[in-house]
Design a protein around this ligand. Structure first.
Ligand code: AMP
Length: 217
């Protein structure tokens, strides 16, 4: 069972994936999170990805595909967040799934304007210790620079700086947006308004998942 969450950086894919995975028995696979942990662990993989990420560019397709293939059982149950991000990745991934008799069961686009994505991302702060995500406009931590859950230091991701966010939004437009048409033609495709409060978006996603995935069970 494969579900893909598509959407601009900042559209809430990670937040929604965390809210939904347990309910549907899906494993959350977020390529951005994996790259960040590879960078922290100073692995060769992380070293190769770091420069691209810092500049707001995509990591090359062959690296991403290799990393995902090494971490996924194509017959498993996954909620994909941040992958695929290019037509090439989607095609390679489709081939890997087909070899195992699997396919993408559902793709959901979390829609958001570029302006709102920019506003959200530049206000995002992340706990360097436990990874909890805050937002200085909409989900303020109690203390300005400490995590409410573990008291770790809150940091701004280096790719959330304004110029880098602008670059990431352009990259999405050029390379990831074409996946909307790709997956519309592939099978079940749904769109959910990602501009609302997280709990409202979760409710809409639950309705979509219940309707679509129940039929697939
Ligand atoms: P994210 O946390 O999903 O916003 O991803 C952060 C960064 O990781 C992106 O800007 C890319 O540099 C890199 N990245 C994550 N997923 C992919 C992917 N599927 N293809 C290429 N680069 C990726």
């Amino acid at each position: 069972m494969i579900v893909i969450l598509l959407g601009l950086p900042g559209s809430g894919k990670g937040t929604q994936a965390k809210a939904l995975c347990g309910r549907y028995g899906l494993t959350h696979l977020a390529t951005g999170d994996i790259f960040r942990s590879e960078i922290s662990a100073k692995t060769p993989f992380g070293a190769k990805a770091a420069d691209y990420m810092k500049k707001g560019q995509l990591v090359p397709d062959d690296l991403v595909t290799e990393m995902v293939a090494g971490r996924m059982d194509m017959t498993g149950r996954y909620l994909l967040d941040g992958f695929p991000r290019t037509i090439e990745q989607a095609e390679e991934f489709g081939k890997g799934l087909a070899q195992e008799g699997a396919k993408v069961n559902l793709t959901v686009l979390l829609s958001l304007t570029n302006e709102e994505a920019l506003r959200r991302l530049t206000a995002r702060r992340v706990c360097g210790k436990c990874g909890e995500v805050f937002n200085v406009l909409t989900k303020k931590p109690t203390s300005e620079d400490k995590c409410d859950s573990c008291q770790g230091d809150l940091i701004q991701r280096n790719d959330d700086a304004r110029e880098t966010v602008a670059k990431r939004l352009m990259v999405f437009e050029d390379l990831t947006q074409p996946l909307v048409t790709f997956y519309r033609n592939e099978g079940v495709f749904e769109e959910v308004d990602g501009s609302r409060a997280p709990a409202e978006v979760t409710n809409s996603l639950i309705q979509v998942f219940d309707r679509v995935l129940k039929q697939k069970a």
